[in-house]
Write a new protein. Structure first.
Length: 297
């Protein structure tokens, strides 16, 4: 069987597989192949725009598709066709899955939270080893199969390296949400009574809610995503209780979901796992649950 590499670049994927002792036959393509001096695989990379003219007739594709957010492409004056996806790697996945039964792709780990292509997704493996020298983007290996080979079209396995964390559906069960009006929380409010450190430090899992007064108003910007203050229509006397309950809920969620649904942040913690970021939608869910549990709502 001949394997397909539709976005080969300098054939880094082929080299990695050869280093593991596999000597498969390959067909490799790239819109702008790297020079021969950068291609250590010994396999020719043919010039071809695989998004516009995808190679047909292959059963298996193994690749590291290009990552480029749509807004970045616009700023750089690069073409980005269609409005369906916000990143070029998603366009690449869609194209491959239309034409290739089996696909293995190294893509940003944030793919796990996107809800895409689940009917074809067999497994996602979080990779904490440094895969490429030119990027620090947290990555995963996504494995796709024909939909008829899946017993549950919406489910798939999730691994951290070689350790099975669970299935998507089982881990998702631990995400408790509060179905109600909730409190209209105001994120990036410089005078909010609740503070949030939303990104892990390199020393360990340090995301936490704190008293707003612990974060100077000058540190809170409109674009803040890592450190912020949160306002809301809550009695000041309940703030300490809400913060304590929110931190308990956060700890439980992280333990039970193995951080699966929190966005990976560049850089590893000392325990060898990706730093994580709590996005505002998840923080809002946790605060609503905390407010309900302490009797504010």
């Amino acid at each position: 069987m001949v394997l397909l590499e539709p976005f080969a670049g300098a054939n880094n994927i082929v080299c990695m597989i050869q280093d593991l002792g596999y000597n498969n036959q390959w067909s490799c393509f790239d819109i702008q192949p790297a020079g021969e001096e950068l291609n250590a695989s010994g396999v020719l990379v043919q010039q071809r725009d695989s998004l516009q003219n995808y190679p047909l007739g292959y059963q298996v594709a193994i690749t590291n598709p290009p990552y480029l957010a749509k807004n970045s492409a616009t700023r750089r004056g690069l073409p980005f066709s269609g409005d369906k996806y916000d990143d070029l790697y998603k366009v690449s996945l869609d194209t491959m899955l239309q034409h290739t039964p089996y696909v293995a792709a190294i893509i940003p780990e944030s793919f796990l939270t996107q809800g895409l292509f689940h009917s074809r997704l067999h497994a996602v493996i979080s990779l904490t080893c440094k895969m490429f020298e030119d990027t620090e983007v947290p990555v995963c290996l996504a494995l796709f199969v024909p939909s008829e080979e899946k017993s549950d079209p919406a489910d798939f396995q999730i691994f951290a390296e070689n350790r099975l964390l669970g299935t998507y559906s089982d881990l998702k069960k631990h995400i408790e949400t509060f179905v109600g009006l909730g409190i209209p929380w105001r994120f990036n409010d410089p005078h909010g009574l609740i503070g949030l450190h939303a990104v892990d430090s390199q020393s360990g899992p340090s995301i936490r809610f704190v008293l707003g007064a612990e974060i100077p108003p000058s540190n809170v910007k409109e674009s803040s995503r890592s450190i912020t203050r949160i306002g809301g229509d809550i009695p000041p006397r309940q703030v300490v209780k809400i913060i304590a309950e929110a931190n308990c809920l956060l700890t439980t969620r992280r333990e039970k979901t193995k951080d699966t649904f929190m966005t990976a942040f560049k850089g590893l913690r000392k325990d060898g796992r990706y730093r994580r970021r709590l996005d505002f939608s998840q923080a809002r869910e946790i605060l609503n649950l905390a407010a309900r549990n302490v009797g504010t709502m």
